[in-house]
Design a protein around this ligand. Structure first.
Ligand SMILES: [Zn+2]
Length: 164
């Protein structure tokens, strides 16, 4: 690989990470637009009125990441291996994990501060499970992963089933 190729690859990778960030923030804005809430942006931080749909808006950034991961993982092999896609997927894997760690170790943080402690724990479990599922499927180290969620009489059950 020539130096120019690796430089272009690094730029594409970083651009992909930036696309991941923009996709996350676009998820918030889209949810706010659909729920007719006004967001005030300061960099990558948003605020809305006290009576806004904060939980929906907050979770939509993570939802946008999960949906984009599913789309990117299902691209044909050639574009899926492009550094731009790699950067985007690294963002989608790292952001929810780092968010969860920050929220658990340093206290209420960012989007997760819009949920009760119990709700945040459920959200964190889903985020980390999906990030791990994305990483495993992307790396191709396992055959097939099937996320599952179902209602029970006394609550919900969710997780991932891994087929070797
Ligand atoms: Zn966010």
């Amino acid at each position: 690989m020539r130096r120019g190729d690796s430089d272009a690859g690094a730029v594409a990778f970083l651009t992909g990470m930036g696309a991941g960030l923009l996709n996350h923030e676009a998820g918030h804005q889209l949810a706010a637009t659909f729920s007719e809430d006004d967001l005030r942006w300061s960099g990558t931080t948003w605020e809305c009125r006290a009576d806004c749909n904060a939980a929906t808006i907050a979770s939509s950034g993570f939802l946008a990441e999960s949906l984009s991961s599913e789309l990117l993982l299902n691209l044909p092999e050639t574009p899926r291996k492009h550094p731009f896609v790699a950067g985007w997927l690294v963002w989608n894997i790292a952001n929810p994990v780092l968010y969860t760690l920050h929220h658990e170790l340093a206290g209420p943080h960012g989007d997760l501060k819009n949920f009760s402690r119990r709700e945040a724990r459920i959200m964190e479990s889903l985020l980390v499970a999906h990030a791990a599922s994305t990483a495993l499927r992307w790396s191709g180290t396992v055959g097939e992963i099937e996320p599952f969620i179902f209602a029970r009489e006394d609550g919900i059950a969710f997780g991932v089933a891994i087929k070797w």
